[in-house]
Every structure is written in C-alpha cells, then in structure tokens.
Design a protein around this ligand. Structure first.
Ligand SMILES: [Zn+2]
Length: 507
C-alpha cells in the first residue's frame, strides 16, 4: 500500500466502481458490452482491418479508438495496482529509449507511453493503445541499453502488430475470467473487485506465433534505432536462469505470460545477423556503462517502506499503522490496498483508503453502493481511533455475503477495513476477522518504522579477477552471490576485467 497524498486509484467500493455495482456489472463487463455493441454496429463496414505490421486484413472487435480508450482505462488500473516507480530521471531515460524505438516502428504516429512500475517482479508488458511498462525488477536484471531496447522493442512490437487488441478481442468473445487471486472463490473475489477486467489482459498469454513476431520486431526496431539487435537474446538467457515463479504482488512474471517458442535465442541471433548483413556499416551500440550508471540506487526486491509482514503482524512504516495477520492467511500488498486472504481463499479482508472525510460518510457510501443490510452499527474509539463499526450482510449475483467493516479515522484520512465471507461460512471466520480489524493500531516502534529497502549499487572492479573474488570483501552469502552473478549475466568463476562496472546489492 503506497502512501499517497493524491488518490489516483479508487478501489472498490468507493468511486466509480461503487456506481457500477449498483447496476450489478463490473466496469470491464460494461466496457466489453459497449465494445461488443459498437462492434456490431460497425461490423458491416469494418469487420476487417489492415494490420500495420503484416499489412494483412484481419478480424478485430476493437477499433483503434476503442483500443485507445481501453488502454487509458487499463493504464489507470495498472498504476493504481502497482504504482509508478518514483524516479523522474530513470522514467525519462526509459521514455527516451522507447521513443527512439517507436520512431522506427510500424506505428510511429501512435502516442506511446512508457512507465516504470514499482514492482520487484521481473516483467515488461504492453496494453492496447500504446502503453508500455517495465518493472524496476526487470531493469535490475538487464545489463545494457541494447538489452533494454530489445525488450522494449518486443513490447512495442506487440502493440504495433495489435497483438494485445487481438488477445483482448478473443478474451472478451470467450468471456474468459482470469483473476489476480488465482483460485479464489469467485464470489469473494468479484466482491473484492479483484477481478478487474482491464487488468485481466495482463494475465493472458500471447501465442507462440505472436511471441516470435514480437521477437522479430524487437530485433528490427532496436537494430534500426542503432542498437546491437542480438542483445535481446541475453535477456532470455537471464530470465531462464532466474526462472521466477509468479510475483508476490500479483503481477505475473514475464515468463508466465510469454510462452517460450523453441529456439528463441537462436532465432533472435539469426534475425539480428540477417539485419546486419542487409545493413552493412549500421551503428550497433550496446551502451553498457551508460545503462548501469542509471541503475545506481535502484530499489531492489520488496520495498518494506510500503508495508511488510514480520511475524504475524503487518507493518506500514509510511502510513504508520499495524495490524495482526491470522495464521495461515496470505497477505497481498498492492499500491492501493492490502488484501488478506484465507488459506481456502473463501474469506477476505481488504484495507484501503476511503475518499470520504468522516467514518460515517464512508460507511454510508459503502452501505448505499452495495445495498448492504446493516445488522449492527456503533461508533467507538478503537485503539485511540474514532471508528464506525458495522456488521453487514449483502446479496450478490453469486451468493450472500456477511462481514464486518471498520471505518477508521486516522490522521486526516479514513481507512476502510472490511472482512467478509459467504454468509454460510461467516461463523467460522468472524473471530479471526474481528481480531484483525480491531487490532488495527498506530505504529510507533522506530525499529519497525526505519526499515530500508535493498538497492542496487554500481561498483567498478579495481583489478582483473574472478567475479567471486571481486565480491569477497562484501561478504555476501552464497544465495546473494548467485543472485548477483545472474544479475550481471555472469558465472561466479568468470574473469572480470579491471575497470568493469558491476551491480551489487546493498542496504
Ligand atoms: Zn511478448
């Protein structure tokens, strides 16, 4: 959960989504219906569009302007969920490299937008309409500007060739319901607003053919923009070494959304060599040192300042609160909310900022927008905070829910802390939910507040020696050494030349 002055993302039930719930539909469903109706209207004349990359005519439900508005909506949701990494210079650098690639792409006039997501997960992705994202997690594992350009070129390729629009068209047509909380009970999940239709597009995999084409485009665009085209292959080698599982903050990893075509590395190298043969004398910059210098100080791994679990307690140093986490429940901390999910994924607690000024206003909006029945309501001081406490029940299309809600006045904000399950199971969860909601209190322990994230530091090898020997003075444990080797695309036994820049991890 990120400490923000300005609320840019309104999660359920405040704001727009609450409004949508009145109509019994989620915003994505509404959009899909609108797109579908729109598509029906124009289908006679526009059932086929020319693909900018292949120049072939293809069936497409989304028009370019639908694609743009879908992209804008999804972008707001993605930023709300993951947050933009707060480093203006680094974001600017990514944009500059991105725009160079766009100018040589098949869609040079599409207004592309490049952002760094504040997530440790190793990923880069694009959504329709020209929104391209790289995580700070993937930046930490890239080793030069040519690798960055190849990776971004690949994502720009997905947009330019309209892969994500095709994917979205298919997903909507088939009504595939994918979600952030993998196997979570559909009712609990839908109610939590976790299944944002716009975000679902991130969890869809492109086909192998799309991946092959995006690889080709990544090589083409990065080569045309003056970079060494075959460095895209280095990124695949690093990713395979990492073989990361799905990200902790709910963001899928690059490998999990990018099916790996066989011989991908060879194919990239061949495409790059072919381009060079056809364009003799072209500049092929790598810019290793420039790139690495930009990474100095980059936050690495989870950022505890945005909330962390220690023992059975969740601490938020930025917003200065803590609450107990029941044993066996999973915590998913996103930029806009903290989700605590029961082991069986059939009960959930959600802590989020309300946009109203007082606990009573926030409670009223909650009750009205969900047509909730209030079973009990009291205004109490809980751990020093004015709190409106509700016990509620409500009906959804999928079943009846029961829950508790605390609307807590802390500093100049109201925080909404909800816990709920299917009504039939509520008795078995009410005690755990009540203990967590009523355990919300101020965080004053300085040792819990003054946590620091790990950061990347760029060092220069002062002599020619093995990577292991160069790292020796830092006394990293074996796991860290391995991680640093992968991060530098090296083996610990590799010889490092004097003057070579290296990434290490420090606090
Ligand atoms: Zn891809």
């Amino acid at each position: 959960m990120k400490n923000r002055n300005k609320k840019i993302y309104s999660s359920w039930p405040a704001g727009g989504q609450a409004h949508n719930q009145k109509s019994g539909r989620h915003p994505g469903q509404r959009l899909a219906l609108a797109c579908f109706l729109g598509a029906l209207l124009i289908i006679a004349s526009l059932s086929c569009a020319v693909n900018p990359v292949t120049q072939k005519r293809e069936f497409m439900l989304l028009s370019p302007s639908d694609e743009l508005s879908l992209g804008q909506q999804t972008n707001t949701e993605i930023i709300g969920m993951y947050g933009v990494y707060q480093d203006a210079a680094l974001n600017e650098y990514i944009s500059t490299v991105g725009q160079k690639l766009v100018s040589v792409s098949h869609q040079p006039d599409l207004p592309f937008n490049f952002q760094i997501m504040d997530s440790p997960v190793v990923n880069a992705f694009a959504v329709p309409g020209g929104y391209v994202y790289v995580t700070r997690g993937i930046l930490a594992y890239l080793n030069d500007e040519a690798e960055l350009a190849g990776t971004m070129g690949h994502e720009i390729g997905h947009v330019a060739a309209r892969h994500s629009a095709q994917l979205y068209t298919r997903a909507q047509a088939a009504q595939i319901g994918l979600s952030i909380g993998a196997a979570m009970s559909k009712t609990v999940q839908k109610f939590a607003g976790l299944a944002e239709a716009g975000l679902n597009v991130l969890f869809l995999s492109f086909s192998r053919d799309h991946e092959r084409q995006a690889d080709d485009l990544g090589v083409l665009y990065s080569s045309k923009a003056g970079y060494e085209g075959d460095h895209l292959a280095n990124m695949f080698v690093t990713l395979e070494k990492l073989n990361p599982s799905s990200g902790k903050d709910g963001l899928p990893t690059w490998l999990s959304t990018h099916p790996n075509p066989p011989n991908r590395i060879e194919a990239v190298k061949k495409a790059a060599a072919d381009w060079k043969a056809a364009n003799p004398g072209a500049v092929a910059a790598v810019n290793r040192d420039q790139y690495l210098r930009k990474l100095d100080g980059l936050v690495f791994g989870d950022d505890p300042r945005q909330g962390y679990v220690d023992g059975q307690v969740f601490y938020h140093p930025g917003l200065k609160f803590q609450f107990p986490v029941p044993a066996g429940w999973k915590v998913n901390n996103t930029a806009s909310q903290v989700q605590i999910i029961s082991a069986k994924e059939d009960a959930a607690m959600i802590l989020t900022l309300a946009s109203e000024k007082t606990p009573d206003e926030a409670a009223q909006v909650f009750v009205d927008s969900n047509k909730a029945s209030v079973l009990s309501s009291e205004l109490k001081t809980v751990n020093g905070f004015e709190t409106r406490k509700l016990k509620f029940a409500l009906k959804t299309e999928e079943g009846n829910l029961a829950g508790l809600a605390n609307f807590i006045k802390k500093d100049d904000r109201v925080m909404m802390f909800l816990g709920y399950s299917l009504e039939s199971q509520f008795n078995s969860y009410s005690e755990a939910i009540s203990a967590t909601l009523n355990g919300f209190k101020a965080l004053a322990d300085q040792t819990k507040i003054n946590v620091k994230p790990e950061r990347i530091k760029i060092i220069k090898a002062d002599r020619t020696d093995s990577l292991a020997n160069i790292l020796k003075p830092y006394s990293f444990n074996a796991d860290k050494q391995k991680q640093i080797a992968i991060m530098n695309a090296m083996e610990l036994s590799d010889k490092v030349g004097a003057g070579t820049l290296l990434k290490i991890i420090t606090k």
